[in-house]
Design a protein around this ligand. Structure first.
Ligand code: GLU
Length: 467
């Protein structure tokens, strides 16, 4: 859709929420605009010797807190408007979940599937070098992470390049979502999908809210459709299924599939790896196009691909009672109104997919602290538990079995601490925005924006504006 402007869409949602805050117009404008926008081009020598010009962006939306933070996307959809919108969403998302970063985003306009691994490495390293030259990367200034079309592999290249040109003692903190062996953190790969699960679970646990949309409380037994089985969609689906929900539909690049009986995720992933798509998977019905399943009968719809997927044209046909925005910007403002009018509960992106950046925050903390979470206290905790258990043994005159001891005296390691920090963040933030929603009688997206604007604006008020 040519007249679709993603940054305008984000600002529309911001304006709607700003009315419920106390800040003056000038300060609100300051919060909305992007502080720095960088567009770079550089040549890539392809494996066959030809030269191609590559376009890349990095946008730092807000410096109210440093470093700025946000992923790097490799996709043909990348442009300046998209990068600005995504950077702005990062600012609001970090504020909603109390992650102390400003928002940023980067992107390179390529289809990664059309390049060899060596070419992708050259592109990533050159892009990082350009960011460094322009002061758009560093553990205290701007910290990229994976996004659509990138993963830990690319983040490893970013770190390695940064290390070659900087002698910063905190260099490992210049990027997050890295491989574990290069300073990454356990649980980062799963984090966004895991956060989606925690967010949906919390929403579904509210009896009153579920009653209002005609659903029973709890995840158990709910049906869902997921759009996109990339890192976010796959993990969100996996945890929803583990929580007792049934996946009845999947939309992927090659088409969409549906089955009332539920779709086996592990088998489907095997099938997708073999065939490159989901169409034709046994026991499912193929729908006429790759977006058709969005309109299928289900309780929860999880758009986990790109922006601008639920729009005016398909929103009237969407039946899901809960829209769980795992992607950034999947719903246009027009579609939002249509679905809200119908009574759907829309759990917005600027809260629901914040699990990724939350665990990125933990990774960055680990990097600048130069110590793994749990290293100091794990053994101490275990010994304390054992002391308590031995007192219980004396009192009860019963010895614990080795199995019981192992279970009860277990001290938390990095993975468990990350998971607990993530769950706590998602649960608290959900309840915070849900309260704002009720107080102002608005929807959750507006409530999340109100929360973000109050936090960012409050900080500006306390800091004052630099003359
Ligand atoms: N790309 C992810 C997002 O959109 C993660 C960003 C980060 O970890 O910095 O939230």
């Amino acid at each position: 859709m040519s007249d679709y402007k993603f940054f305008d869409q984000v600002n529309k949602a911001f304006d709607k929420a700003a009315k419920y805050t106390r800040f003056d117009k000038g300060l609100l404008e300051q919060m909305k605009f992007c502080n720095d926008v960088l567009h770079i081009t550089f040549p890539l020598e392809r494996d066959n010797g030809s030269i191609e010009v590559i376009h890349g962006w990095r946008v730092e939306h807000s410096h109210h807190k440093l470093p700025t933070k946000g992923g790097i996307r490799y996709s043909m959809t990348v442009n300046e408007d998209e990068t600005m919108a995504l950077a702005a969403l990062m600012t609001y998302k970090c504020a909603v979940v109390d992650v102390p970063f400003g928002g940023a985003k980067g992107g390179i306009k390529i289809d990664p599937s059309k390049y060899s691994e060596a070419e992708l490495e050259r592109i990533t390293r050159r892009y990082t070098f350009q960011l460094y030259k322009k002061n758009f990367i560093g553990p205290g200034s701007d910290v990229p992470a994976p996004d659509y079309g990138t993963s830990a592999r690319e983040m490893g290249w970013v770190l390695d390049t940064y290390r070659q040109i900087s002698s910063d003692i905190n260099a490992e903190g210049c990027v997050t979502g890295k491989p574990i062996g290069q300073g990454g953190i356990r649980g980062r790969t799963e984090a966004t999908g895991r956060g989606v699960f925690f967010g949906v679970q919390e929403a579904c646990s509210n009896k009153e809210d579920m009653k209002a949309i005609g659903l029973d409380p709890g995840i158990e037994g709910k049906t869902f459709v997921v759009q996109g089985l990339g890192n976010v969609g796959f993990h969100a689906a996996k945890y929803l299924i583990e929580g007792g929900a049934k996946m009845v539909g999947v939309a992927e690049m090659d088409g969409s599939i549906y089955s009332d009986n539920g779709i086996d995720l592990a088998k489907l992933m095997e099938y997708k790896n073999e065939t490159g798509g989901v169409v034709g998977f046994e026991g499912t019905k193929t729908l006429e196009n790759n977006a058709a399943v969005l309109e299928a009968e289900c309780d929860i719809l999880v758009p986990a691909a790109l922006e601008n997927q639920l729009k005016e044209s398909n929103a009237p046909n969407i039946k899901a009672k809960i829209i769980a925005e795992a992607a950034n910007g999947p719903t246009t403002s027009e579609a939002h109104e249509i679905m809200k009018e119908r009574g759907a509960l829309i759990i917005p992106d600027n809260f629901l997919n914040a699990g990724g950046v939350t665990v990125s925050y933990f990774e960055w903390l680990k990097n600048i602290q130069h110590v793994r979470f749990g290293r100091m206290e794990k053994r101490f905790e275990e010994n304390s538990f054992r002391r308590i258990l031995s007192v219980i043994e004396t009192i009860s005159e019963r010895k614990f079995t080795d199995q019981e001891l192992q279970f009860l005296a277990h001290g938390a390691g990095e993975e468990e601490l990350v998971d607990s920090g993530l769950q706590d963040t998602m649960v608290n933030s959900y309840n915070e925005i849900n309260e704002i929603r009720k107080k102002h009688d608005v929807d959750l997206r507006t409530a999340a924006f109100i929360s973000a604007i109050n936090k960012v604006g409050g900080l500006y008020e306390r800091m004052g504006i630099f003359p």
